[in-house]
Ligand binder design. Structure first.
Ligand code: AMP
Length: 393
């Protein structure tokens, strides 16, 4: 792979500008409710500190369009300081003379947190003037924010044009290495398990995986467009009418290429995701006209489990049903178990899938859980991520 690691770079006494993903969830009182993203960046930050770098951290938080006190990174800097066991200085902004002065004063091993990048709309626009100012803060650039690597923003792509010494942090490197293990010469059989609400969100993914996987297992709401494309009735289940033809051609392509494509054979139905009064399990052929499929049924869970049992590489994205509701969670939990009990390489990613895996208590049993949603899907979908490409030598 053509991207240098932070380990390959000389950081001693250098101003090390690190893009991290500190986009943590906050409650209404501004308290961090989950600090996993801060913890995930610790190995990279500690390495830079240990190497005698003058560490400057930058991140976005939320989606502000201008400065917004509620989305300040001050609480994040505080939490980081607790986790690192050293003080973390907080800059009043991410660019400007005051920030430059604070950077100049940084001593080797000290850490400075810049204020939320998205207080400046220029960040997302990758605006050249803003890029230049940001880049002027660092001698070395490190990207450890895989979750935003699919965006060509100033802090993820633009700055790379100005800083020669650049590389990936440990987290980003790990994400790229794991996903590449599945995409480039995977141990076979290689299975992709896809679920979630919509086909439209995963079209690129399905199409790219058709050329790479031996088995594609489709569950969740997205399965019904494929089932309908086969000429079956699906009651009131989720349907993307405009994608029926696409679904048909995917099924045809899978057949032509010898990819084994699995769809549910039964499902758990109700009148809607909130209706837990009348929950019925039916075969796919017998979904009542007035009900919708909200989970895969037990026969499908068994079928998918058997299909996965000999796989040496498994990638899983998307729940098998409305797993947030107990009555419709069983299929997703069965798939989580099947993935977790595999002896092969198992990679799980995407916000909802992580949450489902977490709910199953099996996250420690898979090889790798991606921290990213969009970036994970785009990379699996065969796209080159701008934030990764920008690091290439
Ligand atoms: P996605 O973000 O596309 O991975 O979709 C995740 C969402 O899909 C979750 O919130 C699930 O509740 C929902 N979902 C999964 N299966 C179904 C289904 N059969 N019908 C409706 N929603 C579903």
């Amino acid at each position: 792979m053509g991207i240098p690691s932070i380990k390959d770079l000389n950081l001693k006494q250098k101003r090390v500008l690190i893009r991290v993903d500190f986009n943590v969830p906050l409650n209404e009182n501004g308290i961090i409710t989950d600090d996993a993203r801060i913890r995930a960046a610790l190995p990279t930050i500690s390495h830079a500190v240990g190497q005698g770098g003058r560490v400057i951290l930058m991140s976005h938080l939320g989606r502000p369009k201008k400065a917004d006190k509620k989305l300040s990174l001050i609480p994040v800097a505080r939490r980081l300081s607790e986790l690192l066991g050293t003080s973390v200085n907080m800059a009043p902004d991410c660019i400007g003379p005051k920030v430059s002065a604070m950077v100049d004063e940084l001593k080797p091993g000290e850490v400075l947190m810049l204020e939320n990048l998205r207080f400046h709309p220029e960040e997302e626009k990758n605006e050249p003037g803003f890029v230049k100012e940001l880049a002027s803060l660092g001698d070395v650039y490190i990207n450890d924010a895989f979750a935003t690597a699919h965006r060509a923003h100033a802090s993820t792509a633009g700055v790379c044009e100005h800083i020669k010494a650049k590389g990936a942090g440990f987290l980003l490197m790990k994400e790229v290495e794991y996903i590449n293990k599945a995409l480039v010469e995977p141990a076979r059989p290689f299975a992709a398990v896809l679920g979630g609400a919509k086909v439209s969100d995963k079209l690129e993914l399905v199409e790219n995986l058709l050329d790479k996987a031996d088995k594609i297992i489709i569950g969740g709401g997205m399965a019904f467009t494929f089932i309908k494309a086969l000429g079956q009735g699906i009651g009131k289940s989720l349907l993307e009418q405009d994608l029926l033809e696409t679904a048909r051609s995917i099924l045809e392509k899978a057949r032509a290429q010898g990819v084994k494509l699995y769809l549910p054979v039964d499902c758990v139905c109700a009148s809607g995701p909130k209706d837990t009064q009348r929950v019925l399990t039916r075969t796919i052929q017998e979904i009542p006209d007035d009900l919708m499929g909200l989970d895969i049924g037990p026969a499908s869970a068994e079928l998918f489990t058997v299909a996965l049992s000999d796989c040496r590489t498994i990638v899983w994205n998307g729940p098998m049903g409305v797993f947030e509701t107990k009555e419709f969670a069983s299929g997703t939990m069965s798939v989580a178990k099947a993935v977790a009990s595999s002896q092969g390489l198992t990679i799980v990613g995407g916000g909802d899938t992580d949450a489902a895996l977490h709910a199953s208590g099996l996250e420690g049993k898979v090889s790798f859980v991606s921290t990213a949603g969009g970036a994970f899907l785009e990379m699996l979908g065969g796209r080159t991520l701008p934030g990764v490409k920008a690091l290439e030598k």
